[in-house]
Design a protein around this ligand. Structure first.
Ligand code: PHE
Length: 449
């Protein structure tokens, strides 16, 4: 370590760590079911457009802000606001991000708990020869048992906070280096299997044949929101990871690599899953239970299915783990850098807080299912909607405005080191495209149009 703060050993570990943050339940659990709920290809198209014109330039911005600020998101924004000569209120952009991370992790951990419970099921061979009806029933049964979910949620939060407590070098780097490549490999095997027994043609048509009649305002908002969610943007995860990145590394290159990897992984998972959905006459719009209801059927009928199912859910669990770490890192880094608590105590404190909110999330599937919060939704759905479709886009919008309008050009050029059309693209995306897209979508949500 060169400084008192942690720093990534090299560019490769930064890329893998940020990819590790990006690749997670968002790709494997959320994207597939959102495609189904939002009308298939229309959603995919808007999602891809959002990735190119909003997410790529904003990821560059977020890494840039973090690396320049060299602190947790709140202090980074305070420092950069001072440097730019604007109000110190900008620091609350960092504050909102930390809150978003806390809220996301509280339901993320519950879903990761489902994944962990499925590792156990797979190991016991419980998916072998399972029918579609049995698979749905198994999932419903899990949701009906708060104690079981509590066990897995607690275990997952503990695992997450242990890594966070150990800090950047010891904790975060090690986990990613092996996991991401292995996840890709196993996904390719699953894809190969789907290709041979699934209905790949129907899947590809569903996901890619453009059908503009299905483009609804809700689909647009969800797709844009998911572009933020899947790339961990708008809340400071990427900012805080960027703050541990060496000055000499290229922000543009690392961004492209991460975005490509993340998008590819999400779309391939979607293709594999829908091939199975259509081959088994299942409903594409099953919602959050989709992968838990479809994958066991597929994995359970494969040769050596037990092993593949175990491996697959383990990798999803690992992917969730590396994302979870990045969800709390901003808040923990803030506690460490502004209080005297130290990393371990800060981690325990944040972990407990998130765990507690998570308990209300898991109860919302059974005992507390009558409680409705924002948008008339239950606790789980409200937290998901509030963070993905409001907080992350709002965070991204603010970062775009800050970098696009308020930061000194010389500072931007020093960090980004891109020229010509690339710089123009970045500039237009941050000053016009991203702000306009987010604002239009918000106004639409408020019923202005
Ligand atoms: N990107 C992660 C995923 O796709 C989730 C995440 C969101 C992580 C925001 C960090 C910040 O699963």
């Amino acid at each position: 370590m060169k400084t008192k703060r942690g720093q990534w050993a090299n560019r490769w570990t930064f890329m893998l760590a940020t990819a590790g943050s990006a690749i997670g339940l968002g790709n494997i659990w959320k994207l597939p079911y959102m495609i189904g709920v939002n009308g298939g290809s229309a959603f995919v198209l808007i999602f891809l457009v959002s990735i190119v014109f909003v997410a790529i330039p904003l990821m560059m911005t977020e890494i840039m802000l973090g690396r320049r600020g060299q602190q947790n998101p709140l202090n980074t924004m305070a420092k950069l606001a001072k440097e730019a000569g604007v109000s110190r209120w900008w620091r609350w952009l960092g504050g909102m991000g930390m809150l978003a991370g806390i809220l996301i992790l509280s339901f993320y951990s519950v879903v990761a708990g489902w994944v962990m419970s499925y590792i156990g099921e797979a190991m016991q061979g419980n998916f072998t020869g399972i029918t579609a009806a049995q698979a749905s029933e198994k999932f419903d049964q899990l949701l009906a048992q708060p104690k079981v979910m509590l066990f897995w949620h607690t275990l997952f939060m503990t695992m997450t906070m242990i890594v966070v407590a150990r800090g950047v070098n010891a904790g975060l780097e090690k986990a990613n280096n092996i996991l991401i490549p292995t996840l890709f490999a196993i996904l390719l095997i699953l894809l190969g299997y789907s290709l041979s027994v699934g209905n790949m043609e129907a899947s590809a048509t569903f996901m890619f044949a453009p059908d503009f009649s299905k483009v609804t305002p809700v689909a647009v908002l969800s797709a844009l929101g998911h572009a933020f969610f899947t790339l961990s943007l708008g809340m400071g995860s990427v900012m805080v990871y960027g703050s541990y990145l060496d000055k000499k590394e290229s922000i543009a290159q690392t961004t492209l690599f991460i975005v490509l990897l993340d998008t590819l992984l999400g779309l391939l998972t979607g293709l594999a899953i829908y091939a199975l959905v259509f081959a088994n006459n299942l409903e594409p719009n099953a919602g959050p239970g989709l992968i838990f209801q479809t994958l066991p059927i597929a994995l359970g009928s494969m040769p050596a299915g037990e092993m593949f199912a175990t491996l697959f859910f383990m990798l999803v669990g690992f992917a969730a783990w590396t994302s979870a770490i990045s969800l709390v890192e901003p808040a923990v880094a803030w506690l460490v850098e502004t209080t005297k608590l130290g990393r371990i105590k800060s981690s325990i404190l944040m972990g407990l807080l998130i765990w507690l909110v998570g308990v209300s999330v898991l109860l919302s599937f059974n005992e507390w299912s009558h409680i409705k919060l924002a948008f008339g939704l239950g606790i789980f759905d409200s937290l998901d909607k509030l963070t993905s479709t409001v907080m992350l886009p709002l965070g991204g919008l603010s970062m775009a405005i800050f970098a696009g309008y308020l930061m000194k050009k010389s500072h931007i050029k020093e960090e980004l080191r891109i020229k010509g059309v690339w710089y123009q693209f970045w500039k237009i995306a941050n000053t016009v495209i991203a702000p306009v897209a987010v604002v239009i979508v918000f106004l639409n949500l408020l019923g202005v149009f």
